[in-house]
Design a protein around this ligand. Structure first.
Ligand SMILES: [Zn+2]
Length: 391
C-alpha cells in the first residue's frame, strides 16, 4: 500500500471516529474513546502494515460490533486491498442498519457505490450515485463518478447532463470532454443517416474549445457520406496544419474523398501538397503515409527524404547506406516498407499522461480516461510492449 492510500484511509478513520463521537454527544450518550484495537489498527496503518491493521480492526469489530468508524476503516481497507466482496459486505451492513445516522448512511452509500465501481458493477453503482447526486454531502463526487460511468457505457447524452449539473454547482466547464461527447453523438447520428442531427451536434462541438480538429474530421465524414468530396477535402486540408498528430486520421478520409472524385491515384500528390505547410506537417504526413503504405509518387518520395533526415533513428541508417546522404528512390521506398513492417510489431501511439501504449488510435485514453492525449510514436520511439486496451 502506498503512503497516500494509507493516509486517505487513516484520515477517513479519524474523521469517522470524531463524527461518531459527535453523534453520541448529540444523542446524550456517554462519552467514550476509541477501543485499543481500533487505535492499534490506526497505528498499523501509519506504519504501512495493512494486514495487521485489518486484523486489529476485525478484533475491534468483534468486541464492539456497533462501532461505525471501525467498519468504515475496514471497508476502505478491504477495497484498497482488492477484496471488494468483503468491502461490499461491510458497507452493505452499514447501509442496512436501522439506527444509522443519516450522515453515516450517506457515507456508507457512497462507499458502497465505490465498491461497485471497482468491481465493474456499473448499474448498481449508477443507481446509488444517482440518489446521492440529487443533494447532500456526496452530490459533487457522485456526479463526477457518474460522468465516468456514462463515458464507459458510451451514454454521451447522460454524460453531458452530468457535466451541466456540475457546471451549475460551480465546477469549471469541461469544454474538451463536452466537445468530444458532441462528436460521438454526431458520429452516431451520421451512422443512422440523420445528417441534420449530426451537423447540429458538430456545430455544438465547435462552439466549445477554440481549436477542435475532431469536429472537422466528423464533419468531413458527413460530407463524404453525402457525396460532397470537395467540401471534405477543404475540411481535411486544415487538420494536419492545426494538429499534425492527427495526420493518420486524415489519410483514410482523404482516400475516400479522392475515390468519390475518381482520382484515387492522385493520393501521393495530394499528400505531398498537404505536406507543403512546414516541416512538422510534412513529417506527420510522411509518417502517416508510411504507415498506410501510400508512398508511390516522386513528390511524396521527396517528402519522405526530408522526413528521414529529421528522424535521428532513420538518419543514421540512411547515412550508413548512402554515403552522399541522399538515398535514391529505391532506397526511399525500401526504407518506408521496412518502417511500416516495424510499426506493425510495436505500439503506434502512446498517452502523454499515463504512458498507455496502443496500436490503435483512441480519442480518450483507455488507461487514464484523458481526452486527446494519445500521440503517434515516430521511428525509434516505438520501444515498449503493447498495452492491451481495457474493455
Ligand atoms: Zn492515459
Amino acid at each position: 500500500m502506498k503512503w497516500g492510500e494509507a493516509a486517505l484511509i487513516l484520515s477517513g478513520a479519524i474523521v469517522g471516529w470524531y463524527a461518531t463521537r459527535r453523534a453520541r454527544i448529540d444523542l446524550g450518550a456517554p462519552k467514550k474513546g476509541p477501543s485499543s484495537d481500533y487505535l492499534a489498527g490506526l497505528n498499523y496503518l501509519v506504519n504501512e502494515q495493512p494486514d495487521r491493521a485489518v486484523e486489529a480492526f476485525l478484533r475491534a469489530v468483534a468486541v464492539e460490533p456497533d462501532t461505525v468508524e471501525t467498519q468504515f476503516a475496514l471497508g476502505a481497507l478491504f477495497r484498497r486491498r482488492g477484496e471488494v466482496d468483503r468491502a461490499i459486505r461491510v458497507h452493505q451492513n452499514l447501509v442496512e442498519r436501522p439506527d444509522l445516522a443519516p450522515a453515516f448512511r450517506e457515507q456508507a452509500t457512497y462507499a458502497l457505490a465505490q465498491d461497485y465501481l471497482k468491481s465493474g458493477l456499473y448499474d448498481r453503482a449508477e443507481k446509488l450515485l444517482g440518489d446521492l447526486s440529487k443533494a447532500g454531502a456526496y452530490r459533487l463526487p457522485a456526479l463526477k463518478d457518474l460522468v465516468l460511468i456514462y463515458e464507459l457505457e458510451r451514454e454521451w447524452a447522460r454524460a453531458i447532463e452530468m457535466h451541466e449539473e456540475l457546471a451549475r454547482s460551480g465546477k469549471p466547464d469541461q469544454a474538451i470532454a463536452l466537445a468530444h461527447y458532441r462528436c460521438e453523438l454526431a458520429d452516431a447520428a451520421r451512422r443512422a443517416k440523420d445528417f441534420e442531427a449530426a451537423k447540429a451536434q458538430i456545430k455544438l462541438a465547435r462552439s466549445g474549445p477554440r481549436q477542435f480538429p475532431r469536429a472537422a474530421l466528423v464533419r468531413a465524414d458527413v460530407a463524404l457520406d453525402q457525396g460532397e468530396a470537395e467540401l471534405a477535402l477543404t475540411l481535411l486540408r486544415r487538420v494536419p496544419v492545426e494538429s499534425p498528430q492527427l495526420a493518420s486520421e486524415v489519410l483514410p478520409r482523404l482516400v475516400r474523398a479522392l475515390m468519390l472524385q475518381g482520382r484515387e491515384a492522385a493520393l501521393p500528390e495530394v499528400l505531398a501538397e498537404f505536406a507543403g505547410d512546414g516541416t512538422e506537417v510534412a513529417d506527420a504526413i510522411a509518417h502517416a503515409a508510411i504507415l498506410a503504405g501510400s508512398t508511390d509518387s516522386p513528390a511524396l518520395l521527396n517528402v519522405l527524404r526530408g522526413y528521414y533526415t529529421r528522424q535521428p533513428a532513420v538518419a543514421e541508417l540512411v547515412n550508413a547506406l548512402s554515403p552522399d546522404r541522399t538515398p535514391d528512390d529505391v532506397a526511399v521506398r525500401a526504407l518506408a516498407l521496412a518502417l511500416r513492417r516495424q510499426s506493425q510489431q510495436v505500439a503506434r501511439y502512446r498517452c502523454g499522461d499515463c504512458g498507455f501504449a496502443s496500436s490503435a488510435f483512441f480519442w480518450q485514453c483507455p488507461g487514464c480516461k484523458s481526452w486527446d492525449t494519445l500521440k503517434p510514436l515516430g521511428p525509434g520511439e516505438q520501444g515498449g510492449a503493447l498495452a492491451p486496451p481495457r474493455a
